[in-house]
Design a protein around this ligand. Structure first.
Ligand code: PGA
Length: 253
């Protein structure tokens, strides 16, 4: 990591976990960040939709940001059960995750849909965290870079800059499994994503943060966050407990 690298981002994805009482965990995270436990990193918590407004109010004035886990591509309309990027902005969110592999799998989201959601995020002045990553079969059959390259090309929003877009590389087989790629494998993919960003965005591609996600824990974060072109982490399970999440952010202390 050189001085020219963008500020790292440590993002927690709470998935379908969390009730109002979870605000205690948010407070504990914010207290740790205020005490310098996250060092230079920007810290983001993405709770379920039901908590975005409550958590945003709690986080106001603290050094912690709130995001959501998905959005609809349109601003409003007849889409029962969906939430727009504008609504998330109105609720106090500053980021939204799009194209998480669980949504690509559970809801059959395509690259084109993910791109439309990312563009909705930009339209609403949210930062889009665009997730990409290969399955175990794809890795084992040597298709990792093909898959990641195709997803990046198909999901990157028009108008992407370092200020409005983050890429999260999350190998599907590493999510929630305790398995992680080797540092060398992470480097290969992150270098490849960086090259793809620079090819598409020119020099601005250097400013887009590329997060690693998939079984990030306090025990492996220093090694993973130390890899070239890893600009932070997207953390699932370990983001639900303030101590673990802060233990990961501490890689930047
Ligand atoms: P995990 O999830 O940290 O629990 O593996 C990461 C993610 O899905 O974003």
């Amino acid at each position: 990591m050189t001085a020219t690298r963008p500020r790292p981002l440590v993002a927690g994805n709470w998935k379908m976990n969390g009730l109002i009482k979870g605000v205690n965990e948010l407070d504990a995270i914010a207290t740790g960040v205020a005490a310098g436990e996250a060092g230079s990193a920007e810290v983001l918590v993405c709770p379920p939709f039901t908590l975005v407004s409550r958590f945003s109010a709690e986080a106001a004035g603290q050094h912690i940001k709130i995001g959501a886990q998905d959005c609809h591509a349109e601003a409003s309309g007849a889409h029962t059960g969906d939430i727009s990027a504008e609504m998330l902005k109105d609720a106090g969110a500053s980021y939204v995750i799009v194209g998480h592999s669980e949504r690509r799998t559970d809801h059959a989201e395509t690259d084109a849909q993910v791109k439309a959601k990312a563009e909705a995020a930009l339209r609403a002045h949210l930062v889009a965290i665009v997730c990409i990553g290969e399955t175990r079969n794809e890795r084992e059959s040597g298709k990792t870079l093909d898959v990641v390259g195709t997803q990046l090309a198909g999901s990157l929003p028009a108008g992407a800059t370092g200020a409005n877009t983050v890429i999260a590389y999350e190998p599907v087989w590493a999510i929630g499994t305790g398995l992680t790629p080797t540092a060398a494998d992470v480097k290969q993919v992150h270098d490849f994503i960086r090259a793809g960003l620079v090819e598409r965005l020119g020099d601005e591609g250097h400013n887009v943060r590329i997060l690693y996600g998939g079984s990030v824990k306090p025990a492996n974060c220093v090694e993973l966050m130390g890899v070239d072109n890893v600009d932070g982490a997207l953390v699932g399970g370990a983001s639900l407990k303030a101590a673990d999440f802060l233990g990961i952010a501490a890689a930047y202390r």
